[in-house]
Design a protein around this ligand. Sequence first.
Ligand code: GRF
Length: 201
Amino acid sequence: MKRIVVLVSGRGSNLKKLIDDSAEENCPYEIVLVISDKSNILALDLSREAGIPIKVIHYKEMKNRKHAEKVIHHFCDLFTADFIVCAGFMKVLGTSLIKKWENKILNIHPSLLPAFPGLKVHERVIEAGAKVSGCTVHFVTGELDGGPIISQRVVTVYDHDTPETLAVRVLEQEHILLPYVVRKMAEDKIVVDNGKVFVVE
Ligand code: GRF
């Protein structure tokens, strides 16, 4: 059984999918801790309901980002995490944390990376006239949304789509993709070779 820490900043719908998935019989992972950079967010209510320990780290109250990340590392260590999942965590992670958890931090992003990294993704997808979009789970490296891609799911972009309608369809796919990848990771079925990722089916 692998132990995971989930980092969140908001609504927590992806976290909820992981909570539900981890409650399934024979699920190869458990969520041992949820870390948030904000209090009063839905993701924390979901964690409490599920009885998962919570740690809130207010970056503003820390000396600097490096220090905040030291605290994150400390708690991941304390809870003997095997790997970390960023599920809507809105802080960029620095190199010291990433180095300590190399190929052990996953992130979900609502576009088909390497296209459309960063924020306001769906607006930019529609503005660009892209015909497909989707979501990506990748390893976190020092480059924003730039780490090795683990797996992706695709949606069609329709002519009548707004950022909101597209976001809904992409999110549906995120909810399938993230538990799938986390399970694969927990089963040691994700292999990194020369910067490329292979998922063993
Ligand atoms: C998702 O769209 C995810 O891809 C992005 O932030 C959003 C988080 O949503 N990184 P939620 O908090 O899981 O509902």
